[in-house]
Design a protein around this ligand. Structure first.
Ligand code: ADP
Ligand code: MG
Length: 312
């Protein structure tokens, strides 16, 4: 069974329960609308040793920062601001107190940067391997929320940064090269918290999500939920220095934002994004009414069976 097959089974199994006002499984966060135009959003991510990280290939401090950053990225993907987090951690005997304290220092540094207090969690012993679970809570106007299902035919598709750096860094780490710039990039993702909040306030932005599994896989979630297709111009994909095009399209953990925007407002949106952040909003293609994902090279369709990255 695939990861998404399992999630779909879970969703169906629980579909008949009362929703208690929540919009649940399927987007980067679950949503709870409050009174007025406010909503809370919730997301949770698990990192397990040997699957998501190798203890010898990361510092405890970096891992602490990354555990929080990947959750803040899911809040940013909804177009609102993170407000607090909970942290649960299972530590085996061979993880020292020093390791645990450094992990918390890394977590604190990112928490301080984004003004997100740690409000609870759980601590326990593990028989083998470190397991980390973070739950992040966000808050913002309902009218700013961006969902995967809201892409419309004709929309321009953008990404907020260069892709493939993290995937290329992971390859270097697995080859034993830990001290390279790309390996460091892989271990220290920067969540696009300010960008997400800014894009949330723009009504011309329709659908948004963060890129955790790779463009080839993540874009398909937007297409499936929006019942649309897309054309992606291969030469427009911003490839990080040191990465290649396929890694940019399929590699995971870049944690940039993927969004679609009304075509008539897209140029102004990109210009104002550049003024605000000093970096481009990269246009990579268009949403189409015809379902399916089409890769174009010099405007011609190219048959590529590209898929994203999966830990599962
Ligand atoms: P993301 O990559 O944005 O964190 P995922 O691909 O992990 O999202 O998950 C897709 C959706 O499925 C999300 O809405 C997530 O909350 C939900 N989900 C994932 N695993 C489970 C689970 N075990 N139980 C309930 N919901 C889940
Ligand atoms: Mg996500």
């Amino acid at each position: 069974m695939t990861e998404f097959g399992f999630i779909e089974q879970i969703r169906r199994l629980f579909a008949s329960l009362p929703d208690q006002g929540f919009e649940g499984i399927g987007d980067d966060c679950a949503v709870l609308p409050l009174a007025g135009d406010e909503a809370l959003v919730f997301t949770s991510d698990l990192l397990t040793e040997g699957v998501h990280f190798l203890r010898h290939a990361t510092t405890a401090r970096e891992l602490g920062g990354k555990s929080l950053a990947v959750n803040l990225s899911d809040i940013a993907a909804m177009g609102v601001s993170p407000v607090a987090t909970l942290l649960s951690i299972a530590l085996p005997q061979d993880a020292t107190q020093q390791w645990a304290l450094e992990f918390m220092e890394g977590y604190r540094q990112v928490a301080e940067r984004y003004a997100t207090p740690l409000i609870g969690g759980d601590t326990t012993r593990s028989e083998a391997g470190i397991t980390i679970n973070v739950t992040a809570i966000g808050r913002g106007p309902v009218s700013h929320l961006k969902r995967r299902r809201d892409a419309r035919p004709g929309d321009r598709i953008f990404v907020t940064g260069e892709l493939g750096g993290s995937g290329a860094g992971l390859r270097e780490i697995l080859a034993g090269h830990l001290d390279t710039p790309l390996a460091a990039l892989h271990r220290n993702p920067v969540p696009q918290v300010d960008e997400g909040r800014w894009l949330g306030a723009r009504h011309e932005v329709h659908a948004m999500m963060d890129l955790s599994d790779g463009l080839a896989s993540d874009l398909r979630h937007i297409l499936d939920l929006s019942h649309t297709g897309a054309e992606i111009d291969l030469e427009s994909i911003p490839v990080a220095a040191g990465a290649d095009l396929q890694t940019a399209a399929c590699g995971g953990e870049d944690y940039k934002l993927l969004l679609t925007a009304e075509a008539s407002a897209a140029e102004r949106l990109a210009a104002e994004f550049r003024i605000r952040f000093g970096t481009p909003l990269y246009p990579i293609g268009r949403i189409t009414a015809q379902e399916g994902l089409v890769w174009l090279r010099a405007g011609q369709p190219e048959a590529l069976d590209w898929r994203g990255f999966s830990h599962y």
